[in-house]
Design a protein around this ligand. Sequence first.
Ligand code: MLY
Length: 266
Amino acid sequence: YQGHFSWEKYLKETGASAAPSSCFKQSLTPPVNEFKVGMKLEAQDPRNTTSTCIATVVGLTGSRLRLRLDGSDNKNDFWRLVDSSEIQPIGSCEKNGGMLQPPLGFRLNASSWPMFLLKTLNGAEMAPSRIFHKQEPPPPEKNSFQVGMKLEAVDRKNPHFICPATVGALRGVEVLVTFDGWRGAFDYHCRYDSRDIFPVGWCALTGDNLQPPGTKAVLPKSLGVLTEGGVESPAMNATPTVGRPPGQRGRKPGRRKTKVTGSWSQ
Ligand code: MLY
């Protein structure tokens, strides 16, 4: 569901252009997602990338899987594209001479891992190898993004969200991903061939829910921006900081929600 946000209108309004799909390490047609909730697979532990662990699909969104490592808690879910090289069928690790590892933060005593693993895999629904994708798409030869180009990007602080974004800067093989309508708190640098950035129209193709842009104005450097709150400096991030002494910036307790008053329905 795309809300009422339309890239076509938005690109016209902003006079911006979409980054061509040749800039991205993504397949032209998003990879088919044949996984089901409850299926188990092997995944690299995102917090300890040398470990291969057992993961369960706890959710599906477009071409992505929401994964939870078995033996871990429910606070560390992560998302992977179905064509990610960081997931594989159960048995792959052993086939390659490796051993499955407990996740970082395994909730039981380390000595109970072998028995835990045995019980976890016993009778489990394992994702069949035919639904994995042979390989990731090839990376573009070089960073061909340009500042100002629009794209869709995973909000790494809220990785279930994919949002309209703009290339804010280029730094060698890296791009600065800035989120439209947010003041910088969610921005990040990533490699041009990151799997977290997608061409405009990706979510429409996968059926993923593209978030509408935020409603925080961001103006060119050195210009203040006039909002409901008065004149604000462009250096401010997602948390309003007007009237608070320096050194006490950051999130005000009890004010977690950012008011959304834009022209897009949520
Ligand atoms: N309302 C939450 C989440 C913000 C998400 C921002 N993304 C979409 C760029 C907050 O304000 O923290």
